[in-house]
Design a protein around this ligand. Sequence first.
Ligand SMILES: NC(=O)c1ccc[n+]([C@@H]2O[C@H](COP(=O)([O-])OP(=O)(O)OC[C@H]3O[C@@H](n4cnc5c(N)ncnc54)[C@H](O)[C@@H]3O)[C@@H](O)[C@H]2O)c1
Ligand SMILES: [Zn+2]
Ligand SMILES: [Zn+2]
Length: 347
Amino acid sequence: MTEAGTIQTPRTMRASVLVRPGTVEVQDVQVPVLNSHQVLVKISAVGVCGSDTHFFQEGHIGDMVVKEPLILGHESAGTIVAVGADVPADRIGERVSIEPQKPCRVCEYCKSGQYNLCPQIEFYAAPPIHGAFAEYAAIEADFAYPVPDHVSDEAAALMEPLSVAIATCRKAAVRPGARVLIAGAGPIGVLVAKVAGIYGAAEIVVSDPAPHRREFAVEAGATRAVDPMSGEPATAGPLFDVFVDASGAPAAIQAGIRAVKPGGRVVLVGMGADDVMLPVSLIQNREIELTGIFRYTNTWPMAINLVASGLVDLDSLVTHRFGLDNVEKALLTGSTDPHAIKSVILP
Ligand SMILES: NC(=O)c1ccc[n+]([C@@H]2O[C@H](COP(=O)([O-])OP(=O)(O)OC[C@H]3O[C@@H](n4cnc5c(N)ncnc54)[C@H](O)[C@@H]3O)[C@@H](O)[C@H]2O)c1
Ligand SMILES: [Zn+2]
Ligand SMILES: [Zn+2]
């Protein structure tokens, strides 16, 4: 309820609101009211994610159901324009990248550092929590990370998918010299390839049926890109230390697991079918460690350093830009333009 240090901010803002599956509308809505340890961010750029498109088209993801009008968008950045009473006023004017989650900070998961697993977590654009396809968004002060001036607004927004890639490579324990197989060359698969290279992977093979996505993966640092439909096995040659699924395709998950060497690791990032048949005896005989990934924890400082130092180029992911009035087009570019990689909303 506090407005300490507020520059003049309006009471209402324009936001793109999902009013029912298949319909987004620009509406005037209330600017979020800050609690004492939050900041208000004037949004400069927001990436469009497959999950936004899924909520738009289906109205739910698994048991997360959109029951009331919802502002989508969780890959966001902007400038702090107001702070809560407990936040230093000199943060006003800072350009920040938003880690779009609010854990409870006191449960066993939060206390052990696995705050992504907090049962009370609030995450942007996961109903009923509003996201950032809007002029302003509120976030806990310590989840608004300053970015250097030379990092663009769009790159600052895309720290979010980069964070998924960092969390994945950490969990996969990618080591110098490792051989890594990745299924799916969307933004996530390509960023996993990039980060795996930075972690020292010597061979990074990416599979994707889409030719331009394979090209993009190689430009981004994959050592080889293969078409899983061509009959050319991604898995020819020695087995891999790590397999990451960033496709959600059951066939890719099954083939990938078979390509992992004894003692290797499998990380499932892609969200597709809820249930997939697994080669159980192979997993047993090879003692393969298989796990999933759910977003991220403590990745923003590394993501910002990777981008600020030039090790990761997030700007090259952006293929389309839209204003708040064209969110529907932005949500559908994945299906309307085969060359689309990442669309960004500039509110
Ligand atoms: N676990 C998490 O926290 C988390 C976070 C973000 C995204 N995701 C998920 O990660 C996945 C990737 O995200 P994205 O933004 O890159 O999505 P995307 O849809 O842009 O990319 C998926 C890619 O997989 C490819 N593909 C389809 N079938 C394939 C197959 N059989 N073999 C190899 N590739 C195949 C597609 O052509 C596409 O290029 C999505 O399922 C997304 O929902 C998960
Ligand atoms: Zn996302
Ligand atoms: Zn918690």
